[in-house]
Ligand binder design. Sequence first.
Ligand code: MG
Ligand code: MG
Ligand code: MG
Length: 306
Amino acid sequence: MPAYVVGHKIPDSDSIASAIALSYLKTTLGEETLPARLGELSPETLFILDKFGFELPMLKTSYAGEEIYIVDHSDKVQGPDDIDEATILGIIDHHKLGDITTSTPLECWIRPVGCTNTIIKMMYDFHGVAIPKDIAGLMMCAILSDTVIFKSPTCTTADIKCVEALAEIAGIEDFQGLGMDMFKVKSAVEGTPVRDLVMRDFKDFNMNGKKIGIGQLEVIDLAIFDEMKDDLQADIAALKAEGERHSVLLLLTDIMKEGSEVLVASDDSELTLNAYGKATSDGKVWLDGVLSRKKQVVPPLQDSLA
Ligand code: MG
Ligand code: MG
Ligand code: MG
């Protein structure tokens, strides 16, 4: 029976590219492994898969009795619902350490870099396995996406060197241009149902017993949200009630202005004041320089809710 590589719920480009890249590495090393996904893919991820000629990894949500590698998270709430009934062979991740535990020894590659694919490149190098051209392209795009083309404070020298090496393998000269094309695809939100937008890159967190949902939309110009902001706010309020969440935040990130407008629905009217030192006005607040959910949004919030 093959093992599976699977990332987080509401998969992003990193989760999908990681699943494909790691399963190729493991299979090449003699351990038959298949990439899988926990949900539907975003336009950005579909664009990347199409660009390098990949099929969508299989949609598989149940892993009871299976052996799995977890990529791009280590939080139970973000993994398969029956993760406790699976055998976890390994975790490859670049987020805060979550609450997944195991009953057997496992392989762990966790590094504070900008993208899981940067770590997977280290694994290829460690094992001396050559990265195929198409997989290199996929991995490169995942790093450009997660690091917001190197602008995110999560981006490290390792990520930049990794993109340069992968671009060479993939034969791509203008990787910055490809990164911008990717974010243009990501910025095309017109005509998309409001709930789909809110859920496009949405993660739940357990912060000291409180369920907090945080979505993020990264675009090249926030003006595209002008007409739909009221609808987005109404929808995160609905989502908060439906999921019995303490709070729902939606980050509208402007990658050119390098900051985020945060829409907030919360039981706590002083949530952003306590976490980020800025109160909301009309249920929203601009946080200058904030691009990263994992590094700039989650830690202060978690601390303020302790
Ligand atoms: Mg991710
Ligand atoms: Mg990632
Ligand atoms: Mg991201």
